[in-house]
Ligand binder design. Structure first.
Ligand code: HEM
Length: 150
């Protein structure tokens, strides 16, 4: 029994040396970064940001007329699911793709920029960190070609 235990300890020691490669650096193994969804604070935090974003749009004379006939609660819910899904969260976005949703609106670059400004203000007011803010804005910025000029 004692021999078996000693062999086990020896094997464990050997594997530790191999695993650590004998270097101090290897003891601080890199921790996988959390998803953007988690870093934003999950679905509740995203819902708060979307509420603030839509309030900013409603107060923005440059674009609010575009939303006169919109189903605001429905739009908010879809935006939350879209951001949740796009950032690695456990949601499924079941709305239209961005091209279909905005076709016929002939949205301009200026209107797109105003919308991004309103979202940026919401992210700032919700105290979202710069890194997370820029990652989210980058992801949504990639949708611009499907939204503007359709
Ligand atoms: C990154 C930018 C944008 C994102 C992520 C976005 C996202 C969305 C989503 C998820 C929907 C719902 C689609 C559906 O009904 O299935 C939608 C619809 C809509 N979007 Fe956008 N959008 C963006 C830019 C804009 C801009 C710049 C405007 C106008 C200034 C705009 C005006 C609208 C309107 C009027 C609707 C229809 C709402 C309704 O009929 O209830 N969007 N958008």
């Amino acid at each position: 029994m004692r021999t078996i235990r000693l062999m086990f300890v020896a094997a464990l020691a050997a594997s530790t040396v191999v695993a650590c490669g004998g270097s101090k650096k290897a003891t601080t193994a890199p921790v996988a970064e959390k998803s953007l969804f988690d870093r934003l604070g999950g679905k509740d935090a995203i819902t708060t940001v979307v509420d603030m974003f839509v309030a900013n749009i409603a107060a923005d004379a440059r674009i609010n007329a575009r939303f006169t006939n919109a189903d605001i609660p429905g739009l908010k819910g879809k935006m939350v699911d879209q951001i949740c899904a796009a950032t690695g969260g456990p949601c499924k976005y079941e709305g239209k793709d961005m091209k279909t949703a905005h076709t016929g609106m002939k949205l301009t670059e200026e209107e797109f920029s105003a919308t991004v400004e309103d979202l940026t203000k919401a992210l700032n007011d919700a105290k979202v960190g710069d890194k997370e803010k820029n990652e989210l804005l980058g992801a949504l910025g990639g949708m611009k070609a499907d939204i503007v000029g359709q």
